[in-house]
Design a protein around this ligand. Sequence first.
Ligand code: GAR
Length: 200
Amino acid sequence: PYRIAVFASGQGSNFQTLIDASHKGILGAEIVLLVCNKPEAPVVERARRAGIDCFLFERKAYSRREDYEAEIAAELERRGVDLIVLAGYMLLLTPVLVDAYQGRMINIHPSLLPSFPGKDAIGQAWSYGVKVTGVTVHLVDGGMDTGPVIAQKIVEIEQADTIEALEEKIRAAEHDLYPQVVNWFAEGRIRIDGRKITIS
Ligand code: GAR
């Protein structure tokens, strides 16, 4: 089967949707590893409940990002991981992983890129006062949320919305989109031609 590793640092609601989709048989992929830099994060408990192996580490235990990434790379290699799925992974990546998994690493971001890259994208969109925002799934390259776009989903901000309501809508859009995109990869339907990504 197609094998994925999920990298996450926090709540893990996207990770949970991927687990649920895999249990329902609609992901077309097996989640073989959770990589997490916050051993106390709720996402770790979700992995335990689902019987998914974890690679846990703390940033401060290493002087260079390259050092823990080399350990992660070895772990991914050993498990034959086909695709890295970033789901709220809050550490920057180095070429150790980015280059090794070029075209095989995806991220989900809570805005319509290239608007509002970086941290707190929902807060940025809210403060800016946009009427339309959304979520983006993209390939990971060396930059901050700059990789080629694979799929986007629109979320409208309505008059009555609070920022909490917006966060909820964004999360729902992510949960809709991410398992779908992983399934496209698993089924070999993604073609990459520079920044042009097509789904067959
Ligand atoms: C998601 O909204 C994801 O798009 C965002 O973190 C959240 C994680 O939620 N990622 C980023 O902002 C990356 N820059 P989750 O832990 O409940 O899946």
